[in-house]
Design a protein around this ligand. Sequence first.
Ligand code: FAD
Length: 317
Amino acid sequence: MSVLIFIDQADGHVKKASYEVLSYGAKVAEQLGTSAEGVVLGAVQGDLSALGKYGVKKIHHVASDALNHFDAQVFTNVIAQVAQAAGSKVIIFSNNVDGKAIAPRLAARLKAGLVPGAVGLPETANGFTVKKNVFSGKAFANVTINSDIKIISLNPNSYQVVEGTGTAEVAPFSATVAAPKVKIKAVNKASGEVPLSEAEVVVSGGRGLKGPDNWGLIENLAHVLGAATACSRPVADEHWRPHHEHVGQTGLTIAPNLYIAVGISGAIQHLAGVNRSKVIVVINKDPEAPFFKAADYGIVGDAFDVLPKITEAVKKL
Ligand code: FAD
């Protein structure tokens, strides 16, 4: 019996969220008196054995061209094969976009209980109970998994990355990789863009920006800060910004070090996606805007006056 951790990667680079789940999974394995193993799918740059410093003892590497692009069904199938071969009883994902797509499918495949969006280590002294957010982060629930195989997806930024020493054994794993049902024809990415889910700083705009033509104000500040851009749901619904930038209950959940919200009211559904940010700065012309209650710093002012001033000030730093 072992704990298996899905090490998520994109374009051959291990994602930031993976270091967190490695540290978390290593601790869960320690609690259970077993070892932590990782699984990596697709080609990855660098030496995978170095991931041993996050506490993982062995890494199953399935290198196949068909795994270089994410496909939830194909990935689920391969991870199920690895889990069965390794005899994994606890399987851990990040509750990021990929983890949200794989974990429920894998739970159905392995007849495993799943706790999505865990925020702490499991209680293992008497059963297996995991704490998770409910009601858009307004409350917690402690969920006990009774099935033989248990799956947890950890909310990003819920667990401190622990970096020690040590190397992991890298074991090539020969899996049956089904042909994806979806064919990727092209991947288009704006050059220099910071991926939103990985970003340390995010500048986000809401309906207060009045229209897509004003988004240069958000982009200029993001550019000088090296930040990613995000938006509220109505902004994406009205096609002012692409849907992959929408954060909140029905969009991405992010947890950057700094989240700057401009012209966003702070509805509970929006806060659900950003309230784990370390520092929140709100710029809104309405001093009664609910977002100020969740803010570490607030600026009451018109975004059209404030944003150019902040951008110029940051440029001078
Ligand atoms: P508004 O509520 O219109 O707020 C605009 C703000 O801009 C106001 O506070 C105003 O004072 C300010 N403003 C106006 N002009 C200026 C100016 N010149 N300078 C500075 N400030 C200015 N929303 C999400 O964002 N993400 C979600 O995932 C999401 N999921 C939802 C799921 C459900 C089931 C439902 C029912 C709703 C969901 N919503 C979500 C919508 C949410 O309830 C809000 O309607 C939405 O977040 C409001 O977006 P907003 O703050 O951009 O716009």
